[in-house]
Design a protein around this ligand. Structure first.
Ligand SMILES: [Zn+2]
Length: 280
């Protein structure tokens, strides 16, 4: 539930542009209620990742999500760009987001997703220190796993959290995001194409027993034809034998109960003498 924060963090001056701001506010104002209706019709619970700034701006909407029994999870404070952010600043932003969700909805989230799925190698440690159960920002598996917080393989991981992987393939942003000069690919795909692509992924992942994590922005997927496509996808999900449709928190609790060994994701290091040309 990015709302305006996703655009303001790219270009703060867009705050003075009423029309792009209204494109973003469609999410909480129209998209979220419509998506809540779809979830209710199918008796399904979902996870809503909410930036703290959005929670402060739309407290009633965030409370309606929590009151309907859905999971409210952490998605930064201002949808800030975390690339290269130092640990202290990132920790402060995490704490601001925690405070906002507590103030608005009385929620202490167990899950985190980084803005634009951009984790720093120090981020898992900051999450673990704050008692988070899981993160959902990495892309290196079809299955949830236990992620070692310390990336030094020889040390033996003592601290860990659950990682629930995502993929760009399963994000509505690539299909629908269009705000000239601000965000998106400049292409608006048909909901029929998105539905076909996601259904193929769903069926293939179901055959593998994998974890299908779809990411939908309410200001995009909340539009009528897209919401209908989302409902068709949900119907297909519900028809697949043995498929568990649930929140990421429940997936994380299940994964934690398996007592898996923690995986390390060591940071690549440039080999000595390596030559590279910086991007201009
Ligand atoms: Zn976001």
């Amino acid at each position: 539930m990015d709302a305006e924060a996703a655009v303001l963090s790219i270009d703060p001056s867009s705050a003075s542009r009423m029309s792009p701001m209204s494109h973003q506010s469609y999410g909480p104002l129209v998209g979220v209620p419509r998506i809540l209706g779809i979830l209710q019709r199918h008796n399904v619970k979902a996870t809503f990742f909410v930036p703290g700034y959005t929670a402060h701006r739309y407290p009633q909407v965030v409370r309606s999500i929590a009151e309907a029994g859905h999971e409210v999870a952490h998605h930064s404070y201002f949808h800030e760009n975390t690339i290269g952010m130092d640990p202290k600043t990132e920790a402060d932003m995490l704490d601001l987001g925690l405070k906002a969700l507590q103030e608005v909805a009385g929620v202490r989230p167990v899950g985190y997703r980084a803005p634009m799925w951009e984790l720093n190698y120090h981020t898992p440690g900051l999450l673990e220190e704050r008692g988070f159960l899981y993160d959902s920002s990495l892309m290196d598996s079809d299955q949830p796993y236990r992620l070692a917080v310390d990336d030094k393989e020889d040390k033996g991981p003592e601290r860990s959290l659950i990682e629930i992987p995502v993929s760009w393939e399963l994000d509505d942003w690539e299909q629908y995001a269009f705000l000239p000069g601000l965000i998106g690919s400049g292409v608006i795909e048909s909901p029929a194409k998105a539905l076909e692509m996601w259904t193929l992924a769903l069926e293939a992942m179901h055959r593998l027993g994998a974890c299908f994590v779809l990411t939908c922005h309410p200001f995009l997927s909340g539009r009528p034809a897209r919401a209908e496509a989302l409902e068709r996808l949900l119907e297909r999900m519900m028809s697949l034998p043995g498929l568990w449709v649930t929140t990421l928190a429940e997936v994380a609790r299940h994964t934690a109960s398996l007592n898996l060994a923690a995986r390390t994701c060591p940071q690549p290091r440039m080999p000595e003498g390596a030559y590279w040309v910086p991007r201009s």
